[in-house]
Write a protein that binds this ligand. Structure first.
Ligand SMILES: Cc1cc2nc3c(=O)[nH]c(=O)nc-3n(C[C@H](O)[C@H](O)[C@H](O)COP(=O)(O)OP(=O)(O)OC[C@H]3O[C@@H](n4cnc5c(N)ncnc54)[C@H](O)[C@@H]3O)c2cc1C
Length: 288
């Protein structure tokens, strides 16, 4: 336990599932806690239609509803935009954000047909034909959500098989509204005022052509939000923070949990469990 006076016992960065779970446990342990969140509480849940695999909720749960910092000798110092705060321990729970595809026109048509959030933007394309780029769980989940709103969903996938969980694959294959462009990549987004087509390339034939669509929903992976930790803590090549099973990083008093940490399964239940573990470990360490 540290001896110098600090503003808080623990500061938690991020109010997604992991950060909120950690906060619940640190406050119940009577640790003076501050959660710092750059947007609002919820994290990725805010852009998720439905969580079907959270234990205890057999009918699923709807998604929405459910600074910089540095290390000092004996406490953490967090610089936000307008103040400097100190704490005896710091829990990193800043999760991850979607990857961009990197196709030309992607930024130009963002908000005018190109979207990363089916739940937020799906309704704008009611009854129309849309594409989903990607072949993992998020693409399948959110594409399924879209089939309840739009006329058709075409998955554009660079491989000729999906990475997604089998049950999600089967659901897509059995849905009449779903089509696939296998072994295709998007080269460019084209249109005038709004998106009109995805210029795609068939990787097997090299053919390039315009595939008409009102919208493109992009789900091509995530990156951890840990840029601000570079040089402070050990991370893998993608920027996930290494921890032990107790969520301790190599820096005393610094913990990481949820999607931001290496070896996370990137699931809601795991993020909650990580957050609880991080909080209880921080509490335990502060008692010593
Ligand atoms: C489309 C989609 C569908 C999904 N479906 C499922 C599913 O069906 N089942 C399942 O189990 N999981 C699912 N997941 C994954 C699950 O939502 C995540 O594993 C979980 O929400 C991660 O929680 P987290 O708290 O670690 O991170 P996040 O939810 O990413 O929260 C991190 C928080 O930190 C904030 N933040 C970031 N940087 C900073 C900073 N510098 N300062 C302050 N705050 C910051 C962010 O704004 C955010 O609020 C899905 C995810 C997506 C995107």
């Amino acid at each position: 336990m540290t001896t110098s006076a600090t503003d808080y016992d623990t500061i938690i960065l991020g109010a997604g599932a992991a950060g909120l779970a950690a906060g619940l446990y640190t406050t119940r342990a009577m640790l003076k806690t501050l959660i710092i969140e750059q947007l609002g509480p919820g994290g990725q849940l805010l852009i998720t239609d439905e969580i079907e695999n959270y234990p205890g909720f057999p009918r699923g749960r709807e998604g929405p509803g459910t600074g910089d910092d540095d290390g000092a000798a004996d406490h953490a110092v967090v610089h936000t935009d307008d103040r400097t705060l100190t704490a005896k321990s710091l829990i990193i729970a800043t999760g991850g954000s979607h990857n961009k595809l990197g196709a030309s026109g992607e930024d130009e048509f963002s908000g005018r047909g190109v979207s990363y959030c089916a739940v937020c933007d799906g309704n704008f394309f009611r009854g129309q034909d849309v594409v989903v780029v990607g072949g993992g769980d998020a693409a399948m989940d959110e594409g399924h959500y879209l089939t309840g709103i739009v006329n058709s969903v075409t998955y554009i996938h660079r491989r000729d098989e999906l990475r997604a969980t089998k049950v999600l694959q089967e659901r897509a294959f059995n849905n009449d509204k779903v089509k696939f462009l296998w072994s295709h990549v998007v080269e460019e987004f084209v249109g005038n005022e709004a998106l009109e087509a995805a210029r795609v390339k068939n990787l097997k034939t090299e053919e390039i052509y315009d595939y008409n669509t009102a919208a493109a929903f992009i789900y091509v992976g995530f990156h951890p939000n840990t840029e601000y930790l570079k040089g402070l803590v050990e991370m893998d090549a993608l920027g996930h923070v290494y921890t032990d099973i107790h969520m301790r990083t190599g820096v005393p008093g610094l913990y990481a949990c949820g999607d931001a940490r290496a070896d996370s399964t990137r699931q809601l239940g795991a993020a909650v469990g990580d957050g609880i573990t991080a909080a209880l470990t921080a509490y335990h360490d502060l008692q010593e």
